[in-house]
Design a protein around this ligand. Structure first.
Ligand SMILES: C[S@@+](CC[C@H](N)C(=O)[O-])C[C@H]1O[C@@H](n2cnc3c(N)ncnc32)[C@H](O)[C@@H]1O
Length: 245
């Protein structure tokens, strides 16, 4: 079972692939979305859930998503048809770091996918290249809420704490105009959904060749979450505007 398939099964009950509840997603989109007929770009869009919610909320908005996973993009296409927004959605299967478009965007999203660019500064630099005048960026990134164990750093990378994350963003020429720090409940709900959906799939498909591996993966992930990073990991979403035009 490859990582894409694990991720699809793990996100069956939590289609936003980040630790945010529906109210938080709605609130962030309300603050970040441009004028009614603007363009939104999602870099590392996965199954397109942010775009689908944005397009459903704003009937004149147009969206584009970029992801490497064809299976995730196919899920996004299917959901867009079901919701009747497929005419306003363009999906690109390619590396987000190399993506170019003939037009600029009023909102550039990158939530839980800054690793595609090698970190937050490079993500913001890429977002700036895509941004129309007056546009906004919505970025979601992990941070250390408490001093992490070395094992947590090995697992999740060398993150900043929250104030240092904001310092870095400001030094790069961005001003936060809104933000959301995931609550312990959102963080826990996401992990329970991830591990629980994968485990449930395994139990529902006992004869499937992936079943044993899926259950073992869910168990190992839950163990790492509880033993290695639950007390140290945090997640923040920021709505940013360029400090100078
Ligand atoms: C944690 S998921 C987040 C998905 C989505 N942003 C969300 O919040 O629901 C990360 C996504 O980034 C995608 N990804 C990773 N590296 C990428 C790259 N170099 N270019 C484009 N997408 C990439 C993965 O395929 C995956 O769908």
């Amino acid at each position: 079972m490859d990582r894409e398939e694990i991720s699809r099964r793990a996100h069956a009950d939590h289609p936003i692939a980040a630790p945010l509840d529906d109210d938080a997603v709605r609130g962030l989109l309300e603050r970040a979305l441009p004028r009614a007929d603007g363009r939104v770009l999602d870099l590392g869009c996965g199954g397109g859930e942010w775009l689908l919610r944005a397009l459903t909320a704003r009937p004149e908005l147009r969206g584009e998503g970029v992801d490497l996973s064809e299976r995730a993009l196919e899920d996004a296409r299917r959901a867009a048809r079901r919701l009747g927004v497929e005419d306003r959605l363009v999906l690109h299967r390619e590396d987000a770091a190399g993506f170019t478009a003939p037009h600029a965007f009023d909102l550039v999203l990158c939530v839980g996918a800054t690793h595609a660019f090698g970190g937050l500064p490079a993500t913001l630099a890429a977002a700036r290249r895509h941004l129309a005048p007056g546009g906004r960026v919505l970025v979601g990134e992990g941070f250390w809420e408490r001093e992490p164990a070395a094992e947590a750093v090995a697992l999740l990378g060398d993150l900043d704490d929250l104030p240092s994350t904001l310092d870095r963003v400001a030094a790069d020429g961005w001003t936060p105009v809104h933000g959301h720090v995931s609550t312990r409940r959102e963080l826990d709900d996401y992990e329970w959904a991830w591990t629980g959906s994968l485990a449930s799939w395994a139990l529902d498909h006992p004869g499937h060749p992936d079943s044993t591996e899926a259950l073992a993966t869910a168990t190992a992930h839950r163990d790492e979450w509880l033993r290695v990073y639950r007390d140290a990991f945090g997640f923040v979403c920021l709505v940013l505007r360029p400090t100078t035009p």
